[in-house]
Design a protein around this ligand. Structure first.
Ligand SMILES: Cc1cc2nc3c(=O)[nH]c(=O)nc-3n(C[C@H](O)[C@H](O)[C@H](O)COP(=O)(O)OP(=O)(O)OC[C@H]3O[C@@H](n4cnc5c(N)ncnc54)[C@H](O)[C@@H]3O)c2cc1C
Length: 436
């Protein structure tokens, strides 16, 4: 039965322990109707369901597994005010006017997440000083300095610190300098996704879990009929919020990106005296490496790392040897850590690394391709999708609405291309660190 992409791991136990509340619903066994059907209960789907309910729509939401099952329950949890692509690349891609709008919306991303958390009393944000973005080799010192100047000119709470200053903030002299971005947030993404799901429920959404959408057809009256294993939903508008976990319901939707597996790992509890010197102001670190570099402390005294591993296909485990060495490089006092758990999740990578809102037919919408920077983006695009209905061609959204799925060329062979690209990034990162 087509449902979601093959997912070999469960949601991280540490995230679940921080959010043990129940949000399982019954499976759908009837034929029901609504104004809008939201497929997927990650951050995109549940933000969208909240906004649609608030605008007075009758909303049905289907989730193939449980809320937060996809990337939203597995992410590293950094909410940053920018995307993968640089500000220059964003302007080149969208043009000056729209590009500036996109940059501003991204810069507001963490604040948008905070607003939702506060408005709906969702307890998902960790206390912390923001983002410590380290320069992992010399050419990046200047780059980050320029980035700080760019944002300071726009009154953002961002500053570049030299090696000594940066080391005081993160408790390590590993980096030759870095940027502190106090706009960023560190969250439990699973709690965030589930908090939004519960909010949509309170606002009146009819929700069904363990209920994959499996087929879709248009009725003679123009309405859409979506089948599930034991029921169906008829509605005017259908929103695919399935991102990297899309598989086989709308023809070709999964061909707009390459699903790549990202990994996370959490140490066993660390000695509190050692822990006090690590990230003393509770920033989260990432650095200018192209591959995984995230390190943060969880409130329960464990350390969480973004980790590499076999990225293509569902087999294989996180590369904990490399992760252990990276942690030791940055925090030598920690010695050889014990791991508590590791997991993986799928990330939707588009060829140009830009996300998209798609209108696939009248009343059929999708958002996808967040390229691993999806927490703020899903929040933004969930809101934007709530403004998309029927055959409306809205021009006032942050992202343009596109009608064609942006096919990845030679899609069946794309895992080979993506694996080669990831290997190349790994080599470039290692060489840069060696020459640091
Ligand atoms: C390891 C990892 C680390 C990451 N780190 C970060 C980070 O630090 N910061 C950041 O901003 N982003 C990060 N991301 C990316 C971010 O998690 C995602 O971009 C974002 O959560 C996507 O949200 P979503 O709601 O669009 O999709 P998802 O959360 O993937 O939700 C899609 C949902 O759709 C459901 N579904 C699929 N098909 C069907 C169907 N047919 N019927 C019903 N339901 C269906 C799935 O079960 C799933 O629950 C990371 C991702 C991973 C995997």
């Amino acid at each position: 039965m087509p449902s979601t992409v093959r997912e070999p791991y469960s949601i991280p136990a540490a995230y679940k322990a921080l959010d043990p509340s129940e949000c399982k619903r019954e499976a759908l066994v009837d034929a029901i109707q609504g104004d809008a059907l939201v497929i997927g209960a990650g951050i995109t789907g549940s933000t969208l369901a909240v906004h649609l309910c608030e605008s007075g729509k009758s909303v049905v939401q289907l989730e193939a597994k449980v809320p937060g099952w996809g990337g939203s329950g597995r992410a590293f949890g950094s909410v940053v005010p920018c995307h993968k692509n640089s500000e220059e690349a964003i302007i080149r891609h969208y043009g000056k006017e729209r590009g500036t709008k996109v940059i501003d919306a991204l810069a507001h991303g963490p604040a948008l997440v905070s607003e939702l958390l506060n408005r709906h009393h969702i307890d998902a944000a960790f206390p912390g000083g923001g983002w410590a973005y380290g320069a992992h080799s010399k050419p990046f010192y200047k780059k980050l300095q320029k980035r700080a100047e760019y944002w300071q000119a726009r009154d953002a709470d961002v500053e570049y610190l030299n090696a000594t200053e940066f080391s005081q903030v993160i408790g390590s002299d590993y980096y030759g300098g870095g940027l502190i971005d106090r706009r960023a947030l560190s969250v439990n993404p699973y709690s965030y996704a589930r908090g939004l799901f519960k909010t949509a429920h309170h606002l009146g959404a009819k929700q069904y879990t363990d209920t994959p959408a499996i087929a879709i057809e248009q009725k003679p009256n123009g309405a859409w009929l979506v089948a599930t294993p034991e029921g169906s939903v008829e509605c005017e508008n259908v929103y695919f919020c399935t991102n990297a976990y899309t598989k086989g319901v709308w023809p070709g939707l999964e061909k707009g990106f390459v699903p790549v597996r990202g990994f996370g790992a959490i140490t066993a509890a660390v000695d509190p005296t050692l822990l006090a010197d690590i990230l003393p102001e509770n920033h989260f670190i990432t650095d200018t490496r192209q591959l995984w570099s995230g390190i943060r402390k969880l409130p329960n005294g464990q350390i969480h790392l973004g980790v590499g591993g076999p990225a293509m296909g569902a087999k294989g485990k996180a590369d904990l040897k490399v992760a252990r060495q990276r942690l030791k490089d940055v925090y030598p006092a920690i010695g050889s850590v014990e791991w508590g758990e590791s997991w993986s999740g799928w990330i939707a990578i588009s060829t140009d690394q830009f996300p998209r809102i798609l209108r696939l037919a009248n009343g059929i919408w999708a958002a996808q391709g967040y390229n691993g920077r999806g927490i703020a983006m899903a929040t933004l695009l969930g809101r934007e999708l709530s403004l998309c209905q029927g055959d409306t061609e809205r021009g006032d959204l942050v992202l343009p609405v596109e009608k064609k799925i942006p096919w990845v060329p030679f899609h069946p062979f794309s895992p080979v291309g993506a694996a080669a690209m990831i290997a190349l990034y790994g080599i470039q990162d290692a060489m840069a660190v060696r020459n640091k």
